[in-house]
Design a protein around this ligand. Structure first.
Ligand SMILES: [Fe+2]
Length: 379
């Protein structure tokens, strides 16, 4: 009898260890700004309801920035919008299935439009680890969960300049400032034996639609060749960022900023843009067509103008090419959220989304369904 009980305890111990090592799920989404108190309540609520109704076993959600519109001249209003966003997200905050802090926030450019906005963000989202670089506390941070390490890096900050000079004061965005901190994080996670590493920021390294002119390459509105020293600086910084992700075998860089769903593996690291849970949807980078100088509805620029950007970014362009960084690019113009089922040897990535109501740019017109599924294999 004693032997049986002992065996049962052993079995239970084994099972519980196996269960905890079996993996976990998390969700990413981004960009919910809209017309109701800075938020697209309607789409965001439908997505939240879909998550709570259909996704089981999810432990937390990471929101990759641009929750709200924000205001250049009214930081109090921006703070109120963030509070309103939290109200819309209340079902997630109150879900007993999610674990503390339930939603991990990433700062976006729309949250940083005034010198008080970084503090606004910290005040709105106090529940993050204060383990980032000194000047990015609450904006860059990291944590472990299960067999994985999560790193949130800021791409949208404020430059405070000389406190006595009111003109020396501006947005400072489109780059990862603390690459040294990122490398220490990556290296330490590898040494601890993390099976997976996920890196998050608001802005993407490889623009796919709507932001060819900015994002981390930051090529600007009117690109002039040869590149000036400022353009080269941003591009080199973007390249160093991606080199680090490659060096430490990061699973994916997950971001927003572009209001669409896109994923591609660039030199072995996935970039996943999980970019609209309410913000107006974007078109993808213009592809080769018969009339290269025509700007087609919703596109950022004509194909003819985009070619210069593709050349600098080393994208695939021309007849039959996809105008993207990688030939394995897949994207949909859809409102979306993505679920990651993290196991030891692989991550199953499933994206759920819905499409626009005809003739609109920010109204969900279809049911939310599975729209993409792929695996990130670690072996
Ligand atoms: Fe953005």
């Amino acid at each position: 009898m004693v032997k049986i009980r002992y065996a049962a305890i052993l079995l239970l111990t084994f099972l519980s260890a196996t269960v905890s090592a079996e993996g976990f799920k998390f969700i990413t989404m981004s960009d919910s700004r809209g017309p109701y108190n800075g938020v697209n309540d309607s789409v965001l609520t439908k997505i939240v309801n879909h998550i709570l109704k259909t996704q089981k076993g999810v432990k937390f959600l990471i929101f990759a920035g641009d929750m709200v519109n924000g205001h250049e001249n009214n930081p109090e209003l921006t703070f109120n919008e963030l509070m309103h966003w939290k109200e819309v997200m209340k079902p997630v905050y109150e879900s007993p299935d999610f674990v503390w802090p339930k939603i991990w926030p990433v700062v976006g450019n729309h949250e940083i439009r005034h010198r008080k906005d970084e503090d606004n963000f910290r005040k709105a989202f106090p529940d993050v680890f204060a383990n980032g670089p000194d000047d990015e506390r609450g904006l860059s941070y990291s944590f472990d969960f299960g067999n994985s390490h999560f790193i949130i890096v800021n791409t949208d900050r404020w430059y405070y300049g000389d406190p006595d000079d009111t003109t020396d004061d501006r947005r400072d965005w489109h780059y990862v400032k603390h690459l040294d901190w990122l490398e220490k994080e990556l290296s330490a996670a590898k040494k601890r034996g993390a099976k997976h590493i996920f890196v998050f920021s608001h802005e993407m390294a490889f623009p796919t639609g709507g932001h060819l002119r900015d994002g981390l390459p930051n090529l600007t509105r009117n690109l002039v060749l040869p590149l000036d020293s400022t353009r080269i600086w941003y591009l080199e910084r973007r390249n160093k960022f991606w080199e680090l992700l490659k060096k430490y075998n990061v699973d994916a860089h997950i971001c927003g900023h572009e209001h669409l769903y896109a994923r591609q593996s660039v030199d072995g690291v996935y970039e996943i843009i999980t970019g609209s849970s309410g913000a107006p949807l974007y078109e993808f980078n213009p592809r080769y067509r018969e009339n290269p100088d025509t700007v087609y509805p919703g596109e950022e620029m004509s194909y003819g103008k985009a070619v210069k950007y593709y050349q600098v970014l080393k994208y695939n362009y021309g007849p039959g090419k996809n105008s993207q960084a990688s030939e394995n690019f897949f994207g949909l113009k859809a409102f979306n959220y993505t679920v990651y089922d993290v196991q030891d040897d692989y991550v199953l990535v499933e994206t759920y989304g819905g499409f626009l109501k005809e003739g609109t740019h920010n109204i969900l017109g279809t049911e939310i369904k599975l729209i993409d599924k792929f695996y990130i294999n670690k072996n």
